[in-house]
Write a protein that binds this ligand. Structure first.
Ligand SMILES: Nc1ncnc2c1ncn2[C@@H]1O[C@H](COP(=O)(O)OP(=O)(O)O)[C@@H](O)[C@H]1O
Ligand SMILES: [Mg+2]
Length: 297
């Protein structure tokens, strides 16, 4: 039995994948999403979202794609580069051409030809068909200089009113430094968004939201976590590659099957502290009727 079934939930509430469905719109995420949507619709060109690991950039990016997928009628098409660690210009241009669905010739194209094909595509879509082409780049801190140079060239394709390619880059903080040393590119940024780690209030609201989603009912989420557990989770948020500390790691699943007295030893890490609190809470409120949990007094 999965741990979430033990908790009477229908789905895993804290999966570590960036599921747009589980995207909790804190004020800053909602604001960022709205501004990005607007900038894309107004065809302003380049937008950059910067934040530490775990601040929700990838989830936000997926959510944006989802929002635009229902905007197909508005003529918006999205293309995503998950990891831009390209080793040369040719490779990058070929990847973009492939994403845009451009036909390839058997002998391969020169850099010049690839750029021409991409340019023609953008003019055809943007002007003849009035469509909006969006290129989203996650892990933008990995963009090599030659890619920035190409993206800068793409941003030169424009009419008097708008850019023909919309670019949204999601990147970790190092990218801010890269931009400082590349003024030519930084000049093109329409808007920057800085995502801060959640504060306590948002952490608590997000956890409630995700549990409610996972329980499959719109009613208020069952209160599975105590105050100290929530506190522990907020602190854990700043850890590298943070995934909601209480639930998603193996320690948690393993520990759920442990008798409570195993956990009453001093918690060795924040996730375990959080888990400890979950179990104590379950113990208190008598939710622990699953046979395999020996949470006796
Ligand atoms: N606003 C949010 N709503 C729901 N879950 C979030 C949110 N922000 C982050 N998370 C969760 O935190 C983890 C890391 O998010 P992710 O989008 O991969 O961050 P980043 O790309 O900034 O490193 C994922 O498990 C994700 O589901
Ligand atoms: Mg990410």
């Amino acid at each position: 039995m999965d741990y979430f079934q033990i908790l009477n939930l229908q789905r895993e509430p804290f999966s570590n994948s960036p599921e747009p469905d589980f995207f909790f719109q804190s004020d800053q995420h909602r604001g960022c999403l709205q501004k990005l949507e607007l900038a894309v619709r107004l065809r302003r060109g380049l937008n950059v979202v910067i934040g530490e690991v775990g601040t929700g950039k990838t989830t936000l990016c997926r959510r944006l794609i989802l929002n635009f997928s229902s905007a197909e009628k508005d003529g918006i098409e999205t293309h995503l580069i998950l990891d831009p660690s390209f080793s040369n210009t040719q490779e990058f241009l070929s990847a973009v051409a492939l994403l845009l669905g451009l036909p390839r010739s058997a002998d391969g194209e020169s850099e010049w030809q690839l750029k021409e094909n991409i340019k023609n595509y953008l003019f055809r879509k943007g002007i003849d068909e009035s469509r909006t082409v969006v290129l989203l780049i996650d892990e933008g801190q990995k963009l090599p200089d030659f890619c920035l140079e190409i993206l800068r060239e793409f941003l030169n394709y424009e009419t008097n009113e708008y850019k023909l390619l919309q670019i949204v880059i999601f990147a970790q903080k190092e990218f801010a430094e890269v931009l400082k040393s590349y003024a030519n590119f930084a000049d093109r940024v329409n808007q920057y968004y800085f995502l801060k780690p959640f504060n306590f209030r948002d952490t608590r609201a997000m956890i409630r939201f995700r549990i409610a989603k996972a329980s499959g009912v719109d009613a208020a989420a069952p209160a599975l976590f105590t105050f100290p557990a929530l506190w522990a989770m907020e602190k854990a948020r700043t850890e590298p590659r943070w995934n909601l500390a209480a639930a998603e790691n193996l320690e948690f699943r393993h520990a759920l099957e442990c008798p409570l007295d195993h956990l009453q030893r001093a918690p060795s890490s924040l996730p375990i502290l959080a888990l400890h609190c979950v179990l104590l809470k379950r113990h208190e409120v008598g939710l622990n009727d699953a046979g395999d949990l020996s949470l006796d007094d």
